[in-house]
Design a protein around this ligand. Structure first.
Ligand SMILES: Cc1cc2nc3c(=O)[nH]c(=O)nc-3n(C[C@H](O)[C@H](O)[C@H](O)COP(=O)(O)OP(=O)(O)OC[C@H]3O[C@@H](n4cnc5c(N)ncnc54)[C@H](O)[C@@H]3O)c2cc1C
Length: 498
């Protein structure tokens, strides 16, 4: 088989692959780059809500402001709605979320449109694109040598040789699987189902017409937030999209919710949503796009190594943890940025051993800490307004204080360091881990005492997404909610209810 030679081979041409190819072509134009993408066109997919950091990557690093403003929606932070037996509609529910507009840009994306645009930009910058074409085999070369990849195209099999191989094949984990590096995180037993809907009621108009007190209690748009509808063992996202459709997904812990054992998934998903009083209010008259229904039964996995001599894993090809807080594109952006730096350093002939070791150590540490501090057993307390709000405020404040504010105010650029990656983030890690464990215990004690969800109606916690002193206020409010919940746990103990 005749081989074609490139400096860089990128497998997978969606967000991670296209972004890497684009940055390489813009910043190292003497490196030839090939992108191999399996799909003839991109499907709508999950990965729609950005965070402040993935938005910084899109706007400042990839320079996509115009595209984002034209094709996508601005995002107004995170919002949570809770229910108990007293809640009939949004006006009764306990709510937590931004009060004013968010001052840091972020977006609600249509991923098919974004990925198509990015791949077009990479091609326009000089990357060669083979599509539809599927990497089917590969043989990693010696250090400093060439890798060989076999690609299936419409015209048969072709061989590619490249010095740098970037795997961005998403959950297919093409390279990590071949290298035997993938670990499933069985302790995090989450699954997800989702679908796009048409005709979902506009939350702010609904409030203005039917719940004037609710409407009066907010300045920014509620609809443009990622709206969460959490309960014991699950949460539902509602994300508005630029084409008027709404993405609605449920993520559940299989140890706590038996949604995957309730018969045909599409029907079970629909019935689950419509049984929720607030979602039923929002979905009255809406149409589920049945053909768009998708799901994953096991969400979390990790590659034990993210890079080696002349190769690196990007985005979901390296790891995925949990969609709560939308960290997927953050992680993808950090891996792309770090890997592009590795390729450029290697191309300049720098010694790579220590850099690769630091890369692996940092990303694997970030993943394990993030799981342990934020996600482990979180689904135990998802149904408690004060407890989930405490965690949300404490965790979001940490993200702002130690990641977002330094990026915008100190470095003033997007930096590759993943959340909780630095060794020095030890204190933040321990604090969040302690909070998460205690909140889980308190939730279980309330359930045992028959007091679950008691605070889920008529309460309001405000959040502020800004680069000023607001994160300190959020941290203080979150700590206050946590301390009050600890004191209340003593009430349960002293009255013998727990
Ligand atoms: C339920 C759920 C909800 C989520 N919500 C969010 C969210 O709101 N916000 C967020 O930031 N993230 C979210 N994520 C995560 C997000 O979807 C991913 O992190 C993101 O899509 C990763 O992009 P990627 O380019 O790395 O991989 P993908 O988008 O999966 O792209 C991989 C590409 O590789 C191609 N490919 C695969 N195999 C081959 C092969 N052998 N040869 C050639 N090409 C190949 C595929 O066709 C595809 O185009 C969510 C994830 C889940 C599971």
């Amino acid at each position: 088989m005749e081989s074609q030679r490139y400096a860089g081979g990128v497998l997978g041409g969606a967000f991670s692959g296209s972004a890497a190819a684009l940055l390489l072509r813009r910043e190292a134009p003497d490196l030839s780059v090939l992108v191999v993408e399996k799909g003839a066109r991109f499907d709508a997919k999950v990965g729609e809500a950005t965070t402040e950091m993935s938005a910084m990557f899109l706007t400042r690093r990839l320079a996509l402001w115009e595209h984002l403003e034209r094709e996508h929606l601005p995002k107004e932070g995170l919002r949570y709605w809770f229910t108990n037996e007293r809640v009939r509609h949004h006006g009764d529910a306990s709510e937590t979320g931004g009060f004013l507009r968010s001052t840091v840009p972020s977006f609600q994306l249509r991923r098919d449109v974004l990925d198509e645009h990015l791949l077009g930009l990479a091609a326009g910058a000089g990357a060669e694109v083979w599509r539809p074409a599927r990497a089917v085999d590969c043989d990693l070369g010696e250090e400093g040598g060439e890798h060989r990849v076999t690609v299936e195209t419409g015209e048969g099999r072709r061989e590619v040789r490249c010095r740098f191989l970037l795997d961005a094949t998403g959950r297919a984990t093409f390279l990590a699987k071949r290298l035997g590096l993938v670990e499933r995180l069985d302790e995090h037993a989450t699954s997800s189902w989702w679908c796009r809907w048409r005709g979902v009621r506009h939350l702010d108009d609904l409030a203005a017409r039917e719940h004037p007190e609710l409407a009066a209690g907010n300045v920014g748009s509620r609809r443009l937030a990622t709206n969460h509808y959490p309960g014991y063992g699950f949460w539902v996202w509602v994300i508005p999209l630029g084409n008027g459709e709404t993405s609605i997904g449920v993520v559940f812990d299989r140890r706590l919710v038996d949604l995957d054992r309730r018969g045909e998934p599409r029907r079970a998903y629909r019935e689950f949503l419509l049984a929720h009083p607030l979602l039923a209010e929002l979905l009255a008259g809406a149409e589920m796009r049945e053909e768009d229904f998708r799901g994953y039964s096991r969400l979390a996995y990790l590659s034990r190594q993210f890079a080696g001599p002349g190769w690196a894993l990007l985005g979901d090809a390296a790891a995925f943890l949990d969609p709560y807080y939308s960290p997927g594109l953050d992680h993808a952006a950090f891996t792309v940025e770090a890997s592009v730096e590795l390729v450029q350093a290697a191309a300049r002939g720098e010694a790579m051993g220590e850099r690769i070791a630091l890369h692996n150590e940092t990303f694997v540490r970030s993943y394990r800490r993030f799981f342990d501090a934020v996600y482990r057993d979180k689904y135990l307390y998802m149904g408690e307004h004060d407890l989930l709000s405490a965690a949300f405020l404490i965790e979001t404040a940490q993200y702002y204080l130690f990641v977002v504010i330094p990026a915008f105010r100190v470095h003033r650029r997007f930096h590759w360091m993943p959340v909780l990656g630095p060794r020095e983030a030890f204190f933040n890690y321990r604090l969040m881990r302690l909070a998460n464990r205690r909140l889980g215990r308190i939730a279980l004690a309330r359930r045992a005492a028959g007091e679950a969800g008691r605070r889920n109606d008529g309460r309001r916690v405000r959040a502020f997404f800004s680069l000023g002193g607001a994160p300190l206020r959020m941290a203080a409010r979150g700590m206050g909610l946590w301390i009050r919940a600890e004191v209340d746990l003593w009430r349960l103990r002293l009255t013998g209810r727990r």
